[in-house]
Write a protein that binds this ligand. Structure first.
Ligand SMILES: [Zn+2]
Length: 196
């Protein structure tokens, strides 16, 4: 890809946010504006190498604070996970939802990631639904061990939480593989020691 397009895409991401919030709220994003349409087209043709270099550039931009970096990253990572799809599948419960009900979740907490882990986008993120899976995973109520969703010990469990978890426990997570494994292992260990 020509360097120029990469730079233009990057500038676009830095100046404007593709999404209004870190939680993937796309409601106020004007998908019909000409600039956005052109950029969407550029972004959807980005190769893996280009995504990596944009993520690196965002991360190294000293003018952006943590929240802004994360928001820009989300714009690119969502494109990687969903491309131009309208419907996607949650990596935990395996149910299908319109993509604005899915978040681009980091398997290893973003704030704990080194630069090389942040740009390892093929392995560090996966889609999770807003109907519980994202929160349960982020708060350590569930994890993934050897590719299977497992229930975790947690001091704030209630019968309702137990019921929700019983419906997803044992599901196979298609995002678990030999290269993403280390991030799931980090998640499991981190919450295992935090939940005691
Ligand atoms: Zn789900």
């Amino acid at each position: 890809m020509a360097k120029k397009i990469l730079e233009v895409t990057y500038e676009f991401l830095v100046k404007m946010s593709l999404f209004t919030s870190i939680n993937d709220d796309i409601e106020s994003y004007d998908e019909n504006s000409t600039v956005n349409k052109t950029m969407e087209r550029h972004i959807s043709t980005l190769k893996d190498k280009d995504i990596e270099s944009i993520l690196k550039k965002i991360e190294n931009n000293l003018d952006l604070n943590v929240e802004n970096k994360s928001r820009r990253e989300q714009g690119i990572l969502r494109r990687y996970l969903f491309r131009d799809k309208r419907i996607g599948k949650c990596g935990i419960c395996q149910k299908e939802f319109p993509i604005n009900f899915l978040v681009t979740a980091h398997i290893k907490k973003r704030s704990e990631c080194q630069l090389e882990e942040k740009i390892d986008f093929r392995n560090i993120v996966m889609p999770m639904c807003k109907f519980g899976c994202d929160d349960l995973f982020e708060k350590g109520y569930i994890s993934v061990v050897d590719g299977i969703v497992v229930s975790m010990k947690h001091k704030n469990r209630t019968p309702s939480i137990d019921e929700i978890i019983s419906n997803i426990e044992g599901k196979k997570c298609p995002y678990w593989n030999k290269t993403s494994k280390k991030y799931f292992e980090w998640h499991y260990k981190f919450h295992l020691s935090n939940n005691i």
